[in-house]
Design a protein around this ligand. Structure first.
Ligand code: R5P
Length: 300
């Protein structure tokens, strides 16, 4: 079946790169916001027949950016899926490099909605054939989908870049005990015996305030602090500060999805990071590592 890639408004760079990796045709979208705030999206084509019977790959991240927020990105995604379905796509493959709301996968306080699950149920209800996401916060929510669902692991690509920067004598530090297993897997990309350590993080579920503690043996080490998301930068900045207090020589602040909201960049650099490294799941200046080749391998 011939493949065509639809480049979503939030993944213009990554979408085109994936299409080029696959050597397939791609189509962009026309999008805007009406005066009342509603989103508008159309696949930029004149003849709807070109979608009929084809394998359609939709690439749309759903992170907030300067051009729109995550709610708009989700609406655009749903509109793209609906449009290609209506036009008779033979197979619909959805790639959401960063899935918004993924951190709302549990009930933390009475009265909440477990919205990560609801979002996936919504996508599922449109009838898709395959779903790909990168380093989703809690992979369990993918069980909401009836179709093939793949959580792509970006660690190999991030590690390649950090090695290219010349990091040596590395310790991988997890900013949270819960993420230690992920950090251990990440450390393996730097060598069999690369040490992993962690700080203890607590977040007040009402205020969102973070407290972190710990003193590690990091004297003269190059420290890689790895997280799945940098949002406000609070977690990362606190871990950097503690790493510096523990003697770290260099600190690399690494996240698959570097949203860098509010004053995150300032907080992270001010805390002592040498570099902020993210991937192009989020199209911003921290996207130093492209996942186009990796994602394309799954779509061949
Ligand atoms: C939380 O569990 C995540 O893994 C990240 O640590 C968190 O989302 C980062 O948020 P912020 O940058 O606002 O501290």
């Amino acid at each position: 079946m011939e493949k065509i890639l639809i480049v979503g408004p939030a993944s213009q760079t990554l979408g085109v790169k994936i299409a080029k990796e696959l050597g397939i045709n791609y189509i962009n979208t026309e999008f805007k916001k009406f005066a009342d705030g509603e989103n508008y999206l159309r696949i930029n084509l004149e003849n709807e027949d070109i979608i009929k019977g084809k394998e359609i790959i939709i690439v749309q991240s759903t992170g907030p950016s300067s051009s729109d927020n995550q709610n708009a990105r989700i609406m655009e995604l749903l509109m793209m899926i609906d449009a290609v379905k209506r036009m008779g796509a033979g197979k619909i493959i959805v790639v959401v490099p960063y899935l918004a709301y993924a951190r709302q996968d549990k009930i933390f306080r009475p009265g909440e909605s477990q919205f990560a699950n609801i979002l996936l149920k919504l996508i599922n209800s449109l009838g898709i054939d395959e779903f790909y996401v990168v380093d989703i916060h809690a992979p369990k929510v993918l069980e909401e989908l009836d179709c093939k669902a793949v959580n792509i692991d970006s660690m190999s690509e991030l590690a390649k870049y950090i090695k290219f920067l010349g990091a040596k004598d590395i310790v991988v530090v997890s900013p949270d005990k819960g993420a230690v297993e992920r950090s251990k897997a990440f450390a393996k990309h730097f060598g069999e015996n690369v040490p992993v350590d962690f700080f203890e993080k607590k977040r007040d579920v009402k205020t969102g305030e973070i407290t972190m503690s710990g003193k590690l043996s990091l004297k003269g080490k190059d420290v890689v602090i790895a997280d799945d998301i940098i949002a406000t930068g609070g977690t990362m900045a606190t871990a950097i500060k503690l790493s510096k207090e523990s003697g770290a020589r260099k600190v690399y602040a690494v996240a698959t999805h570097a949203l860098l909201l509010q004053s995150a960049k300032y907080r992270i650099l001010d805390a002592g990071a040498d570099e902020i490294i993210g991937t192009d799941t989020i199209d911003n200046e921290a996207a130093k590592v492209s996942l186009a080749g990796l994602i394309a391998q799954y779509l061949k």
